[in-house]
Ligand binder design. Structure first.
Ligand code: FAQ
Length: 332
């Protein structure tokens, strides 16, 4: 959708220029959008490409844990909703790859980075989906965390990313509700169903809290990306917003959070929560989570098995182009 803008302007590759940088920052400060052919600092292009491509990879890898349950959804209605959700995630990945391509990196390069293990994707998708309740927990917690992080991205300074996020957030909001509704149904069901919902919350809570990234003290990119209005809130601020919004929802359906230190603070009007095990986040990001190897193996297989589709699409496009050229020549 943005391919017309793939022609990277020459000035964009020029060495840093204080005047251009000042003009760029003034543009950003005035809440105006940066578009693909506008001048931008190389570091802005680089960090955006990094963030948008990681985001795209997260959507595509994020299809796997849920895709695993499409054939096992308990009713036709649940199956149809889950199928639509997983398809939406594929769509989100495609908008995001398109947005990242406008910064001058091709989709093939981004795929190579993912499949070679160089590019990151969200830590959350390296956890297993053991029961049907996990599908509810992913919708409620993972999509809930994703929306909290992504609503501010609709106001991101880079036009193509901000516009892609508007549509994505609308769909994520449906995803969050379908997940919460699954959890509500289970929590109000038989004791076994309620136990299943509680077990899913126990396993998904901390990984969801970690999705927001390292603490503000440890975050490497936040300072600069907030100055450039890519990020609007810090990792810790978004994490707190997520906890504040989610805890009452869990209590409403009678579930308990796996955190003995979770307590409403009357003074701050926020939920205080216990210490995060940052060593777990680091381990999962470094490739040593419960499912990292399985996820990457599945992605590589899907890429290999899809090769004939890509080749057929290219061959068809070339055939059409040749026909058009031949028709033009014949008409002259
Ligand atoms: N997992 O300096 P910061 C979804 C990395 S989409 C893995 O704080 P930044 C939809 C970070 O990349 C979920 N790596 O970084 C869905 C950096 O490494 P680098 C994805 C992580 O960029 C739902 C390093 O640590 N959402 O869920 C994680 O300022 C259900 C230092 O961190 C997005 O991508 C992590 N959790 O802040 C799909 C949203 N956290 O690049 C299917 C856009 C940090 O230097 C089912 N992204 N790292 O090698 C963002 O908002 C930001 O990139 C953050 C990280 C907040 C993720």
């Amino acid at each position: 959708m943005y391919t017309q803008a793939l022609n990277v302007k020459e000035e964009a590759t020029a060495a840093s220029d204080p005047k251009l940088e000042a003009r760029f920052q003034a543009h950003v400060d005035a809440e105006l959008k940066i578009e693909p052919n506008d001048w931008m600092p190389e570091a802005y292009r680089k960090t955006l490409t990094r963030q948008i491509s990681q985001h795209a990879h997260s959507e595509i890898v994020g299809m796997l844990p849920e895709g695993n349950w499409i054939t096992r959804a308990p009713t036709l209605r649940r199956k149809a909703a889950l199928l639509a959700k997983v398809q939406d995630e594929g769509g989100h990945g495609l908008y995001l790859y398109s947005a990242a391509e406008t910064l001058g990196t091709s989709r093939e390069q981004m795929f190579d980075q993912l499949l070679s293990g160089k590019a990151k994707y969200s830590s959350i998708f390296n956890y297993p989906t053991l029961t049907w309740a996990d599908i509810g927990a992913i919708g409620w917690l993972v999509d809930g965390a994703a929306i909290m992080n992504q609503i501010p991205l609709c106001r991101c300074s880079y036009g193509p990313y901000a516009r892609a996020m508007i549509r994505i957030c609308k769909e994520e909001s449906f995803h969050q509700r379908q997940g919460y509704e699954i959890m509500m149904t289970l929590a109000r069901g038989t004791p076994e169903q309620k136990a299943m919902a509680q077990d899913a919350l126990n396993r998904w809570w901390w990984p969801s809290v970690m999705m927001f990234g390292p603490s503000d003290k440890e975050s490497q990119h936040s300072d600069v990306t907030m100055r450039w209005k890519i990020k609007r809130f810090s990792n810790d601020d978004l994490r707190q917003k997520f906890v504040d919004a989610t805890v009452p929802q869990g209590h409403f359906i009678g579930l308990e959070f796996p955190d003995p230190d979770l307590k409403f603070n009357e003074k701050t009007k926020h939920w205080d929560f216990g210490a995060i095990d940052w060593s777990e986040l680091k381990r999962v990001i470094a490739g040593d989570g419960p499912c990292n190897k399985q996820r990457m193996k599945q992605r590589r297989t899907a890429h290999d098995e899809g090769r004939w589709v890509r080749e057929a699409a290219l061959a068809y496009a070339e055939k059409r182009r040749n026909r058009e050229v031949a028709a033009k020549v014949a008409a002259e």
